[in-house]
Write a protein that binds this ligand. Sequence first.
Ligand SMILES: Nc1ncnc2c1ncn2[C@@H]1O[C@H](COP(=O)(O)OP(=O)(O)OP(=O)(O)O)[C@@H](O)[C@H]1O
Length: 628
Amino acid sequence: MDDWLEEETTNNTAALSSPSPNMGRGGRGGGFRNSFNSGDDNDTNKDGDKWNSSGGERGGFRGRGGRGRGRGFYNGDRGNDGEQENGFRGSRRGGRGGGFRRGSNGEGRGGFGGGYRGKDEEIFSSGKNGDNESSEQNTTEEEKPRVTYIPPTLPEDEDSIFSHYQSGINFDKYDQILVDVSGPNPPQAIMTFEEAALCESLKNNVAKSGYVKPTPVQKHGIPIISAGRDLMACAQTGSGKTAAFLLPILQKLMADGAAASCFSEVQAPEVIIVAPTRELINQIYLEARKFAHGTCVRPVVVYGGVQTGFQIRDLLKGCNILCGTPGRLMDVINRGKVELSKVQYLVLDEADRMLDMGFEPDMRRLVASPGMPDKEHRQTLMFSATYPEDIQRLAAEFLKVDYLFLAVGVVGGACSDVEQTFLEVTKFSKREQLLDFLKTIGSERTMVFVGTKRMADFIAIFLCQEKLPTTSIHGDREQRERELALADFRSGKCPVLVATSVAARGLDIPDVQHVINFDLPNNVDEYVHRIGRTGRCGNTGKAVSFFDPNVDAQLARSLVTILATAQQVVPSWLEEVAYGAHGTSSSFSTGRKTFASTDSRKENNSSMPFAAVGAAAAAPPAEEEDWG
Ligand SMILES: Nc1ncnc2c1ncn2[C@@H]1O[C@H](COP(=O)(O)OP(=O)(O)OP(=O)(O)O)[C@@H](O)[C@H]1O
């Protein structure tokens, strides 16, 4: 018997809880004190300074050890199975810190914060490996706690499947963005969805999704993919990259008469889609399910933090499109549940992230897996809003030599619909400034990005204590908690979401009006992705970033460039930091070697064998920005 069959099958379907503060039972250690101290946690010293420096002002948080039984706040209804929570609790990995969770009966198990993971986890989340799923595959099965979480059953009604938000007033301005397609013989762009020659069911699903006309990345990306070409596509955050790859893939599967999925002990999907975080891959899966609605094409999703047996049972019911985070995807492949010889499409969403140090080994393992067609015999598609030059070079190894590079706007540029503001702060003033800001904006939906998992817990508790309904998402929270946190944020129950970099990329949440960088990330690409959680699909949004010259000076030049490129006001003090005493280096420091302003092939080979073609608008001059 497969070991996954032996796994517990408890359905922990969550019932969302409503906020009603109660004190819970739970771990030793809960409560709020004047400074943060993680007690005997192994990780204490890694970022301890930060905590201590902000304490003593307004009631910091002190979590003292605890084994998931922290006394603390319990806030909301208990789920039916008595195990659901909506706030914060200690992780099964030995959660530490006091309890903060919601429920109605005040009997919450677990302390706030999801605890801190063991020594295999990073504390700092903004580095290359960040707070993401890449550590999944680094932990052996023996070390992993048994995962029993089963996500709630998805609603089947069309209203839920096709629920969407309105595109914004700037949607039509997308047409003015300069587009550059480089590579040999690019196909003609389409101007309408009719020109995409989608089959009837796909056409209906596009209409039900509220899509009236394609965005630039769709106008160019759809015909490129339909023509069978490999693609590296770069377009600003929130501009419809997901549909740009899903629609032509689905169309091809339908046109080829993809075998209706059916039960089999081994599944042979035609499409593999990978993305760096659980929430993002789940979102892509939901988009695939939406566009495939009413067809015989069956998408399936696998990602960490959910019971493997549950996902394998679902997989074996039939799978044409397999969406996964790298760790779990490799797991199901290695268990022999997925056979790769029929793969026609390999899609890397957030491709630059999928190919950086954290995930590159997994991607190499995936393409070298038994049965996987080599790059000449599959179509490889890469999408992101940012493509550092070194990653572009690496990406080319996965693509056919004549791949097309599609750049909508400036490669790596921030979304022009996001108003970016920078505030010069000291580390001691940040917390009060955050509070003041959140109090002035009322209940407008806001994501607050911080640098570490601990800081996420700390700020979330601090804001809750200040009576601002807040939830948090980071890599130490259990999957159930992460999904519930997102659900509460989406529904507006908790209009403030404190997040680490795990939520920086791809998440498409309606009506996020503000992004606050409480801590700036250590590279400008991540900044671009973070602020792209607002200002999506032609809507406008605002980003406020706390800039501490003592910590963030190395980002100043890149930020000035990002602001200038997005035609935003550059504060004179930021320019001074960039070009004054701190900014003396001759190239912009971005936390990695360089980042590209265009297709790296242009810069490296002036005699490239193909011409750059601007298909919808005149191609911009290959801007040689001084970025690296
Ligand atoms: N042609 C369209 N018309 C209307 N809405 C669209 C269209 N294309 C995409 N959308 C919507 O725009 C939103 C953003 O799309 P999507 O998440 O694919 O952006 P993205 O470019 O992948 O962003 P990110 O870089 O942050 O991952 C989604 O809600 C999507 O349904």
